[in-house]
Ligand binder design. Structure first.
Ligand SMILES: Nc1ncnc2c1ncn2[C@@H]1O[C@H](COP(=O)(O)OP(=O)(O)OP(=O)(O)O)[C@@H](O)[C@H]1O
Length: 623
């Protein structure tokens, strides 16, 4: 998964390209039809002019019959007009489809991200890979979206070649009169030699362009950091939440300095900037020189044959035009094949990301739907290390939840409380030991079924910039009365009444100008209401009242039993006084459960961790 890139062969690059096309075909087949129509008309149009102008010139240079001339002029005008009209219609269609495809491009990754195991989202290597993909895309559009451009170019190239061959084949077949001093040109070897020379020159041009393109590939990984800095510092000043810190700590200079100094990759003196002026520019110039030489050779050969009497002067325009188009088509073909290979290096990243497997074992058991909520969960000698770390975050944790009881989890910062909840919700699997639901390892259940039995308010929960009601229900259609009741229970009732559109009020202003900004405590109440609405047998609250004012907090506690009803509640808090009402308290220390018991039992053990924590906090209230 790390960016150890190897240049793919043409065959491998072609296969990756086919895979990308298959993805696009599934997402928006219209892009292929519209591109096909627009590219064909675009490639054919020059041939229409070439063909008809040759007829007109021949007539002018020959018999000069007015009715023939009129016929050709009318035909030229009408065919050119039809082509222009079709080109206009088809290119609009193709642009529309391409714009839709570009919108869908991010959907490809969004779907994958949502399907990833949570543990993978947490991995730096995965973040790096995704960041590289965005970087490739934003830098020069390399990646999956680019393959649509290749399709367009390939179609154009094929039509150009086919049109060029059909209009220029007679150039090689028509012979100069045998009595001409240039009769030597009729020799088949001469024609083959000239064709070979043209092909050779035509091949050199795209090779030069592709050499230039290689510089983009070479600097792609380096540009990643630069673009990350660009993206991060570029957006930072507009980030409302950061704007406070920036002003209070006068970080303006730091922000600007980092933005401008560390992104030297994009300055004119950077490696890519120097190469653009140097070798990249040189390769491109060389490619244009070679094309000019080719045109010269074509002119020389065609004019020689016309001069020797093989065909009329009108055909000179046809042959020169057709062969120029033909070789443009060939150049285009070779160039696009080279670009497809270069893009293959970038596609490796795209597919490495899309192919990240779901390593978490997915069981097939369904959780019993129990009306008595009699679900029993047990941690059996569970130890856990976060991916890519050596330190144990949890060690030998043994605990059984009593159904319908209230369990408080306390401990110092970093003692493993949140990790314990993450394992319970199967965001990660234990490194050692097992977690059982009604006696069966939770890995054996279907994941979507299993998580249905938990309602969680995480410490750093997030709400969506959507209407309040949808936030609470997690759905666009919901039971309005129940949502209101849950908001009421969570202490948001009064604020709800003051909202301009009640449950339909948008939170935040990201999607609606009239959206409301809410305070941290209000957000926490909404998050609690969301957990209540889910009405799962387990309710887990991680620091649920940290942002609430004392009155709101007291209100929640006084009604805690009514709110939680017969659910099993797990409650993490640093305010030990608020844990007193729980049936049992688990004390975490350095990843282990060091004590279990009621508040009275634990407070009586003067040598225990709980006593130490309790006293440390209580002294500020008793003095
Ligand atoms: N995503 C992660 N990757 C690596 N280590 C992590 C990750 N999250 C937490 N840790 C580490 O695991 C240990 C336990 O963290 P955890 O968040 O469970 O503590 P906590 O008891 O909830 O702390 P707090 O009271 O500060 O919320 C800490 O040492 C922490 O640094």
């Amino acid at each position: 998964m790390e960016n150890e890139k190897t240049t793919p062969t043409y065959h491998q690059a072609w296969k990756m390209n086919l895979r990308a096309w298959k993805i696009w075909w599934g997402l928006c087949p219209g892009v292929f039809f519209s591109t096909l129509a627009s590219s064909i008309t675009e490639a054919i149009t020059p041939y229409v002019t070439i063909f008809f102008s040759a007829r007109i010139i021949n007539e002018l240079a020959g018999n000069r019959r007015p009715e023939e001339l009129t016929k050709w002029v009318i035909l030229t005008l009408s065919c050119t007009a039809i082509c222009a009209l079709l080109q206009g219609i088809f290119s609009r269609w193709a642009n529309y489809e391409k714009a839709s495809a570009s919108r869908l491009d991010s959907q490809i990754y969004m779907k994958k991200m949502l399907a990833l195991d949570y543990a993978d989202i947490d991995r730096q290597a995965v973040f790096d890979l995704y960041s590289q993909i965005r970087q490739n895309d934003q830098w020069t559009g390399w990646g999956i979206y680019k393959t649509l451009y290749f399709f367009e170019e390939l179609v154009m190239a094929v039509v150009q070649i086919a049109g060029g061959v059909s209009l220029s084949v007679s150039l090689f077949l028509l012979k100069v009169p045998q009595n001409s001093s240039l009769a030597l040109i009729n020799h088949p070897l001469f024609a083959v030699g000239i064709m070979g020379l043209m092909l050779l020159i035509a091949a050199v041009s795209p090779i030069c362009v592709n050499q230039g393109n290689q510089y983009w590939v070479r600097y792609a990984s380096k540009a990643k950091l630069g673009n990350r800095i660009f993206g991060f510092y570029g957006q930072m000043p507009m980030d409302k939440k950061r704007a406070w810190d920036i002003r209070m700590y006068q970080q303006q200079e730091n922000v600007c300095d980092v933005y401008f100094s560390q992104t030297e990759l994009f300055t004119p003196n950077s490696a890519i900037g120097r190469n653009a002026k140097g070798p990249m520019g040189l390769w491109n110039a060389l490619s244009r020189c070679v094309s000019a030489i080719l045109t010269g050779v074509v002119y020389a050969f065609v004019c020689l044959k016309a001069w020797a009497g093989a065909f009329g002067v009108g055909s000179v325009t046809q042959y020169v035009g057709a062969i120029t188009q033909l070789f443009q088509g060939l150049s285009r073909l070779l160039q696009v094949l080279g670009m497809m290979r270069a893009n293959g290096e970038f596609l490796q990243d795209n597919f490495a990301f899309l192919d990240i497997p779901n390593r978490m074992y997915q069981g097939s058991l369904t959780t019993e739907k129990r009306s008595d909520r009699n679900y029993e969960v047990e941690f059996r000698d569970v130890s856990f290390r976060y991916p890519d770390t050596d330190q144990w975050a949890l060690r030998h944790v043994n605990i059984k939840f009593r159904v319908g009881s209230r369990l408080a989890v306390v401990g110092m910062n970093g003692s493993g409380k949140t990790t314990f909840i993450k394992l319970l919700c199967r965001l990660y699997d234990p490194t050692e030991g097992e977690i059982l639901l009604n006696g069966i390892n939770i890995r054996k259940y279907r994941y979507d079924e299993y998580i249905r039995i938990f309602s969680v308010v995480f410490q750093d929960f997030k709400l969506l910039s959507l209407p309040l009601g949808e936030n609470v229900a997690g759905a666009a259609r919901y039971d309005r009365d129940r949502v209101k009741q849950c908001l009421e229970d969570a202490g948001f009732g009064q604020r709800l009444e003051a909202l301009p559109h009640g449950l339909d009020t948008y939170l935040h202003k990201d999607l609606k100008d009239e959206g409301v900004d809410i305070s941290g405590g209000e957000a926490q109440k909404i998050a609690i209401a969301r957990a209540l609405y889910k009405d799962a047998p387990f309710i887990i609250l991680d620091e649920p009242t940290a942002a609430l004012d004392p009155i709101a907090e007291a209100e929640i506690y006084s009604r805690f039993n009514d709110i939680v009803t017969d659910k099993t509640a797990i409650y993490i808090s640093h305010r030990l006084s608020s844990c007193k009402f729980c049936d049992e308290i688990a004390v975490f220390h350095e990843g282990e459960i060091v004590q279990m018991g009621t508040h009275e039992e634990l407070a009586a053990d003067t040598s225990g961790k709980y006593y130490e924590l309790w006293n440390a906090q209580a002294q500020y209230y008793t003095e």
